[in-house]
Design a protein around this ligand. Structure first.
Ligand code: NDP
Length: 481
């Protein structure tokens, strides 16, 4: 039987008003397994109406009440880990084991974190000494906010936006990627079970160009939190900025992984395999440009290729799979086109580069992890976000040279630095144009820390109190006594 996904509006599961639907595919076998609403402006309006109705009560509910409901959602996500992880593997092609270990626990933590954070979120006060006056600030929820998320970490990124938005007292109209809607659909049921009042969260499915854009354009939606591609982000900014909406844009990356010869070699090697190919390289934080200090370059090349060769490409539902399917045929073709043109871009394929045929999943979108040696950081392989299981390798001689190459892209999301020299750590860290830097580790996330990028990687920061600040409006009240 086909899985039918419906919109979640005002606590109910409803068909799209135009009765138009989009096929939903499983990338591990290329088969259509269900359908989702192709929502229109009318459905977004219904979601806004439901949110508007819920707002006065939700925004005035006590912090304890909000916190309890968020914590309950967190618990239910944990309890339904198997079902939710299966949904992610089925929609996205990622290994089920990865979804169980990373995606779903993190979605649960997002709710648990903001259940706690909202009870600690405080205001400032400023006594105007000598003027017999006192200022204090209040942070009020914005009203109705829009949350739009991508396909690579579906529930993980969807909840990263929704949890702080509702914790702060807003009502939400949210749209997951049309390619990975299933876990968001299941979240609706969880919210009902947790007792989230009807209309506080509304989830509308459909295409970015229609349903997504209708959220961005709606005059009553006060803020847009968007994670996705840089071109889409720029398009959204053009619509939302003249409307004076608050905007948080988490966009693409082309992150450097800088390896100095004085690092802990074994840690670096194992982590670099992960930071290159986790989630089929479809994480905005993957270190897709690897720069290695000249003295250890040849050794690294040999050892890295040997480790990459151990990764098993396979059916996401097979427990031993390291690398599952890419998210769609279109995306697979895009990634493969870079591989096929790699020689023209001055690259030399050191490992991989071929599609993989998996027995029983012949129509799935599988690709070998691919390592390409390049000579020039300006080549397209090093300048453009490919967002797949491809990394480039390049040696460097001097600290200054590698900093220039690391910064020599339009993006500025994250970087990884491997060294045991404290002075170098400080020097290089200060020079790198990125929002997030990991030294001697990768993707170690403390949810209190600000997260986001510079340059074409976006504007604004999410995470911790930054997210609660984003989802509230600041008002200063000055009282003379
Ligand atoms: P897209 O920009 O294509 O889409 C992201 C979301 O926006 C989807 O829900 C999409 O809907 C929707 N959308 C598309 N067009 C519009 C529009 N005109 N108005 C409103 N919404 C729209 O990105 P991908 O889904 O392809 O995700 C991959 C990208 O996300 C990569 O560039 C990656 O780097 C980036 N990313 C950034 C992260 C960060 O934190 N900086 C984290 C993760 C990913 P639909 O799917 O239906 O088209």
């Amino acid at each position: 039987m086909k899985q039918i996904i419906k919109n979640y509006i005002g606590g109910e599961f409803v068909n799209p008003t135009n009765d138009e639907w989009i096929d939903n595919l499983n990338p591990s076998n290329g088969e259509v397994y269900g359908k989702i609403p192709n929502s229109s402006v009318k459905d977004i309006q219904m979601a806004v109406d439901a949110a508007k109705k819920a707002f006065p009560i939700w925004s005035n509910s006590t912090l304890n009440k909000r916190s309890e409901i968020l914590a309950k959602i967190a618990r239910l996500i944990q309890e339904k880990q198997q079902e939710l992880a299966t949904a992610e593997a089925k929609d996205n092609g990622k290994p089920l084991a990865l979804a169980k270990k990373i995606d779903i626990p993190r979605a649960s933590s997002n709710f648990q974190f903001f259940a706690n954070a909202i009870t600690q979120f405080s205001s400032d006060s400023h006594e105007s000494v000598g003027y017999d006056a006192f200022n204090f600030t209040v942070r009020e929820p914005l009203g109705i906010v829009g949350c739009i998320s991508p396909w690579n970490l579906p529930l993980y990124l969807f909840t990263w936006k929704i949890a702080p938005a509702i914790a702060a007292g807003n009502c939400v109209v949210a749209k997951p990627s049309e390619i990975t809607p299933l876990s968001a659909f299941l979240l609706g049921e969880i919210c009902n079970q947790a007792g989230l009042p009807k209309g506080v969260l509304n989830i509308v499915h459909g295409k970015g160009s229609s349903a997504g854009e209708a959220i961005v354009k709606h005059p009553e939606i006060k803020a847009i939190s968007f994670t996705g591609g840089t071109i889409t982000g720029s398009h959204i900014a053009k619509i939302a900025s003249p409307m004076f909406k608050k905007l948080s844009l988490e966009l693409g990356g082309k992150n450097p992984n800088i390896i100095f010869s004085d690092c802990n070699y074994e840690d670096m090697l194992i982590t670099t395999v992960r930071s290159s190919f986790a989630n089929q390289g479809q994480i905005c934080l993957c270190g897709s440009r690897i720069f290695v200090e000249e003295g250890i370059y040849e050794k690294f090349k040999k050892d890295f290729i040997a480790e990459v060769g151990k990764l098993k490409v396979g059916n996401p539902f097979d427990e031993s799979t390291d690398i599952g399917a890419l998210v769609s045929k279109k995306h697979l073709e895009k990634v493969k086109s870079y591989i096929d043109a790699s020689e023209d871009y001055g690259g030399k394929i050191l490992y991989g580069g071929e599609k993989v045929n998996i027995e029983g999943c012949e129509k799935g979108y599988y690709l070998q992890p691919t390592v390409i040696e390049v000579k020039d950081n300006q080549c397209r392989l090093n300048q453009e976000e490919i967002f797949g299981p491809i990394v480039t390798l390049m040696p460097f001689k001097k600290e200054k040279e590698v900093i220039e190459m690391a910064n020599g892209v339009k993006y500025g999301l994250s970087a990884t630095l491997w060294t045991n020299n404290l002075n170098r750590t400080m020097r290089v860290s200060k020079c790198l144009e990125v929002g997030v830097l990991w030294v001697n580790t990768w993707l170690l996330r403390d949810l209190r820390t600000p997260f986001g990028g510079m340059k074409a990687s976006g504007i604004g920061r999410e995470g911790g109190f930054e997210a609660l600040r984003f989802f509230t409006e600041l008002k200063n009240i000055c009282i003379k006594y």
